[in-house]
Design a protein around this ligand. Structure first.
Ligand code: PHE
Length: 343
């Protein structure tokens, strides 16, 4: 009996020290102590050598040992089958999870949403179209026939497999598509990414984002265009900003103009951003050329319209005083995180 008692004490101490962690270690424990050829079974087999008068006591001792091992076994928290986590102890499943940081909105998206929001209030709805366009929607319909010198104004990426396909150089191509649908009056803005074969620098990139707008109805005038854009600018930049229109040329509008706003950085006094002029150009605009209306199946005797187009990068740079356009496409989180509070 004494021998049995000593043996059980020794095994108990051994079991106490066991601390399996991986699922296969827990299984080894089970086999070693509780399996059919395990320790518990083996010493149970010793019962036959115990004298009859001690059988009761020995039985109790062995039972108690068996329960001790089973209870220990029930306490194991175990994980996976790889060795990676072997050194991580005390897995606490009640701990809250590690927070995953959510991203921030890109400054271009922030400004785009703001521009879209302003024109939504005036009744413009968003229209979108494909980034890969055909020649007709990007050029011909917009009064830029083949060999027209104005095509050189926008260095175009053509698709090698099909010379009729290209990456759209402006979202005016979306306006062509909408006009063709023939639902009038039409009041849309077209945000989207456009592509031009320009050398990448602080001021230019081979892709950028635009918002173009189009309003076609009966009796739309240049005064409507001016007032719409004036409203946009005051909503976007505040009441104190000044506006001027300069005559310009676009094949798809006649008359055409470019719109400048007083420089936000120096308040019109003259600085590097406005090249000492006090003014910065923000968009092109004009009355839709009658030929464009006709190309898209709209009766130019009945309908008139205005159109405008602006680069979102430029407006974002002015709004946040960003000096290098390349920052927008580099995905440097140190840059992007700075717009967290602008959401
Ligand atoms: N499509 C012109 C551009 O990309 C912008 C524009 C749109 C100008 C509408 C006038 C009218 O540069």
């Amino acid at each position: 009996m004494d021998k049995l008692r000593d043996l059980i004490e020794k095994y108990k101490a051994e079991v106490k020290d066991e601390n399996p962690f991986l699922i296969e270690e827990v299984e080894s424990f089970r086999i070693k102590y509780l399996g059919t050829k395990g320790l518990v079974k083996t010493i149970m087999g010793e019962m036959k050598n115990v004298a009859a008068e001690n059988k009761k006591e020995a039985g109790q001792l062995l039972n108690e040992f068996k329960m001790f091992v089973e209870e220990k076994f029930a306490t194991f928290d175990y994980i996976g089958t790889t060795n990676e986590n072997k050194n991580t102890t005390n897995l606490d499943l009640t701990l809250p999870g590690t927070p995953t940081p959510i991203g921030t909105r890109h400054p271009i998206s922030i400004v785009k949403n703001k521009i879209v929001g302003i024109f939504n209030k005036l009744g413009f709805s968003v229209a979108e179209g494909p980034e890969i366009e055909d020649d007709f929607h990007n050029f011909s319909a917009l009064n830029l026939p083949e060999n027209h010198p104005a095509r050189d104004m926008q260095d175009t990426f053509y698709i090698a497999q099909n010379p009729d396909w290209l990456l759209r150089t402006h979202t005016s191509s979306v306006q062509t598509r909408e006009m063709q649908k023939g639902k009038l009056p039409l009041r849309i803005i077209c945000p989207g990414r456009v592509f031009r074969n320009e050398t990448i620098s602080a001021r230019a990139h081979c892709f950028f984002n635009q918002v173009e707008g189009l309003y076609i109805a009966e009796n739309v005038s240049f005064a409507d265009l001016k007032q719409t854009l004036y409203y946009f600018v005051t909503e976007m930049f505040g009441k104190n900003v000044k506006v001027r229109f300069r005559p310009s040329y676009f094949p798809f509008t006649e008359p055409s103009a470019e719109m400048d706003i007083s420089c936000l950085l120096c308040n019109g006094k003259g600085c590097n951003v406005c090249k000492k002029t006090g003014w910065v150009e923000i968009l092109g605009c004009g009355m839709v050329h009658p030929k464009v209306l006709e190309n898209c199946g709209i009766d130019s005797n009945k309908y008139t319209g205005f159109a405008f187009g602006m680069g979102i990068e430029r407006i974002t740079m002015l709004s946040y005083q960003i000096k290098d356009l390349r920052l927008f496409s580099e995905n440097d989180v140190r840059f992007l995180r700075q717009f967290e509070s602008a959401l």
